[in-house]
Design a protein around this ligand. Sequence first.
Ligand code: MN
Length: 427
Amino acid sequence: MNEPLDDTLSPELLSWVTSANKPDTDFPIQNLPFGRFHTSEDSAWRIGVAIGQYVLDLRKAGLIGHGDMNRLMQATPAERLALRQAISAGLRQGSAQRDLFEAALLPQTAVTLGLPCEVGDYSDFYIGIHHATEVGRQFRPDSPLLPNYKWVPIGYHGRVSTLQVSGSSFHRPMGQVKTPEASEPVLQPSARLDFELELGIFVGQPNRMGMPIPIEQAEQHVFGLTLFNDWSARDLQAWEYQPLGPFLAKSFASTVSPWMVTMDALKPFRRPFVRPEGDPDPLPYLDSADNRAQGAIDIEMEVVLQTASMAQQGHAGDVIARSNFAQAAYWTVGQLLAHHSVNGCALRPGDLLGSGTLSGPTKEQYGSMLELTTGGKHPLTLSNGETRTFLENGDTIILRAYCQREGVRRIGFGECRGTVLPALSQA
Ligand code: MN
């Protein structure tokens, strides 16, 4: 820890790709996030790196010999850093490889971006303590935070088949709903459809079944982070969640942003990880000096809601929440991998771990409609006068995130965008 930052992070570094040098770009040369794309002529996935408004085709630039992202994700940390340094060198102002790399650039608007890799398994955690407390208060006023919360990173296994990439839409789910007044449930479209502001953690190097990942090595197994929207049907959830947890309230759709921001790019934004005064220390397998010194990551996040009428009028939407990963998270990325594998569970390249909803402690920082409207009791009024308790058909949710710090180049995550369509029975 505290090793000097490698020169790919130098804030003075500029690229010959001029859009990468704009102060507000998400993708300066210091970021270099990985994703998959294809063109209209060739439907095979290729591995790309975002630079300014472009994507660099790594194979065409001569940097790798294949298009298999999951294979690339198994690289050791040293191999990953060597590839990052080669990409950075070729994209720098004055690079001798400029002609080769320039022939491998495509505008991001000219390609189709996909899920960043083949996702094998997906687990969703619940590490936002302010979210857990606020939601717990609504579902269980007597015991908002259950007694296990500060000891064990809570999670459940989700479904990969309904993951979709940013820019997709999905139908409002049907499901069993039982209102408090009704004596029996009915099958109907969810009336309490919600978003969840989360980060996605993509596993790189695997562990063998039966071999837990020690916390000291946990981040070596992480390839990168994305934005993640874990769409949730609160009325289905309230009726079905006991005793085994989330099921159909979650498995109808989840949206992932296309670019994996690597742990190398996030190095300048690490923070000490501190538990509040009086909280128990984590068990030893979830604790390390390095995790305490720099386990947290300072990532600013925001949620934009664009209604159908806003979209028609060319209105980009309202920011309805802002939050911060370091402030919201009760557990670190390293702790999640150490915990997930402590029972011998094998994690594989391309596995996805959701963080859980990353709400801050105050109302402007709530990462779901459930919290923003107190379970639908206090509607949000939008800038055009529309109101919302939960999401309506035609609503688009856009998640964004970025890291910035004095003396360091700002980097961003791009966006995670998804639109609600009517239930199939309503279409
Ligand atoms: Mn979730």
